[in-house]
Design a protein around this ligand. Structure first.
Ligand SMILES: Cc1cc2nc3c(=O)[nH]c(=O)nc-3n(C[C@H](O)[C@H](O)[C@H](O)COP(=O)(O)OP(=O)(O)OC[C@H]3O[C@@H](n4cnc5c(N)ncnc54)[C@H](O)[C@@H]3O)c2cc1C
Length: 461
């Protein structure tokens, strides 16, 4: 393991306002834990930055000492790219202050914030911007890969609502990127991940949302999966932008609204949110109840910020995770058969299949308007291989891969970069499609030496 020169570390600490954590420090093991419990990396230094100047210092230290550099936002990335072995981790978790300008409908927020921090700040004003469905996810990694969730069909991707960012470049410069400043960089950051610099601050556009909205879960038995999913696909295709309905297939957790005999049995869950008048939403979702035998339902008007946390208990940090993902322009019968079969052989009670419902505003922008280029995806399937013990790795990984391969013939060929594992670098081009060449040019301009490579890497042209 790299042993950093003590004098250099002492020099680095001088003037650094955050916290420097080294191997042997009592906080080291906690500081190198991330969401995916399968990742076990040992950085030579974790620089927990408090200011943009700290980030600049970290970038220069990495460069001057020829160290691998990783950037940690919320630490959720499945590939474990927030950490590195031996190098320096620029950890942004202390930088999360938020300022809302309710009149202008804008929020400026530090790159270490979680989705829950963003929602809390904006919902206090009845405003929101589209982010993901698990509130402990970092805004930084999510935004830089594209970002989608319950509001995306109505208001677009997270990147579609990005106004500007403050970025520390590989040269150690601090620049602001927006539609009219460093426009190429701004384009690349809207989907191109952590390849181009370290974002220290994000400015998002906000929309009036809730704060109370119709949302919840309607649960059907696995035995009716085929019929429910076929009806779902028609319903989803015709749904207005205000309505989003995701599919979750898994073993039923012991939720109080489900009968005890369903606990631990495979179920089809339709999870929904209506961004608008709850009474209109209630009428629109009523037909869902006719898809089959409803074995449990928990739908009502509740705070949007609470719904944003509804899946947190199922997606808590620390478990071992191996994900596989495909994009789809439609849900073919063959795909439904493959998914239903796989859910019949779940290797762990924590494994599940999520199908995100996209389209709407996301698909109405041209594919080259941002680096995120997968705007034809109407559905994104994420196979959540998830379990607790290392002894389950082999079986869980094999199950996830088998479903992934069986589903491939029905997929669009594109993939969401934020759902890719560390072993999928050959899919990076597929993730960006025709945008890849331009990204590669921007990479050459802003990071020709590929300092920022602990990510789904784009090679400098
Ligand atoms: C439980 C769970 C649920 C999820 N749900 C959704 C969802 O609903 N919608 C969705 O779109 N995605 C979702 N994701 C995927 C999520 O968007 C990615 O995992 C994302 O990378 C997480 O960002 P982070 O900051 O937490 O991750 P980190 O692991 O901290 O960062 C990931 C990578 O992003 C880059 N990065 C992070 N911060 C910065 C920065 N400030 N500047 C430059 N580069 C940076 C680095 O390359 C880093 O390796 C989910 C993930 C999980 C684990």
């Amino acid at each position: 393991m790299t042993d950093l020169n003590a004098q250099r570390v002492a020099e680095f600490r001088g003037g650094f306002q955050g916290e420097v954590i080294l191997p042997g420090d009592s906080s080291y093991d906690d500081a190198r834990k991330i969401w995916n419990g399968m990742i076990d990396k040992r950085p030579a230094m974790i620089a927990r930055c408090a200011t943009t100047a700290d980030v600049v210092r970290g970038v220069k230290f990495a460069r001057d000492n020829n160290l691998v550099l990783a950037v940690r936002g919320g630490g959720h990335n499945i590939a474990g790219s927030a950490l590195c072995d031996d190098g320096i981790v620029i950890d942004l978790s202390l930088m999360k202050s938020a300022e809302v300008d309710a009149k202008a409908r804008r929020v400026t927020i530090g790159a270490g914030a979680r989705l829950a921090d963003l929602d809390a700040a904006t919902q206090a004003h009845g405003l929101a911007t589209p982010v993901g469905i698990n509130s402990t996810t970092g805004i930084a990694g999510l935004t830089l890969g594209g970002g989608f969730g319950w509001l995306s069909r109505e208001h677009g991707l997270t990147v579609d609502n990005l106004e500007s960012v403050e970025v520390v470049t590989a040269a150690g410069d601090v620049v602001r990127a927006s539609a009219d400043q460093h426009a190429d960089l701004f384009w690349a950051l809207r989907g191109g991940g952590g390849n181009f610099g370290i974002v220290t601050q994000f400015e998002y556009r906000l929309h009036p949302v809730g704060p109370e909205l119709l949302s919840g879960l309607i649960v059907f038995p696995y035995a009716e999966a085929e019929s429910v999913l076929r009806q779902y696909r028609e319903f989803a295709r015709k749904a207005p932008d205000e309505l989003t309905v995701w599919v979750v297939m898994r073993q039923a957790p012991p939720l109080p609204f489900l009968p005890a005999e369903m606990h631990g049995r495979e179920v089809v869950v339709l999870a929904l949110l209506y961004v608008g008048d709850p009474a209109t939403g209630a009428a629109l979702i009523d037909p869902i109840r006719q898809f089959g035998t409803v074995v449990g339902e928990h739908v009502g008007v509740q705070p949007f910020a609470a719904w944003q946390q509804a899946f947190d208990p199922l997606l808590a940090p620390g478990a071992r995770n191996y994900w596989k993902s495909h994009n789809f322009t439609a849900l073919d019968d063959g795909l439904l058969d493959v998914v239903i079969d796989a859910v019949g052989t779940l290797p762990s009670p924590h494994c599940e299949v999520f199908i995100a419902h996209l389209g709407g505003a996301v698909s109405r922008q041209p594919a080259d308007s941002t680096a995120y280029g997968q705007r034809d995806a109407q559905f994104v399937m994420n196979v959540h291989g998830r379990w607790e013990q290392p002894s389950e790795d082999t079986g869980g990984i094999a199950w996830s891969r088998q479903l992934f391969h069986a589903a491939a013939p029905f997929a669009s060929g594109g993939v969401y970069v934020n759902f890719m594992t560390s072993e999928e670098s050959e899919r990076v081009r597929a993730a960006y499609g025709e945008n890849y060449e331009r990204l590669s040019q921007v990479k050459r301009q802003y990071d020709p030496g590929n300092l920022f490579r602990s990510n789904q890497n784009i090679s400098p042209a």
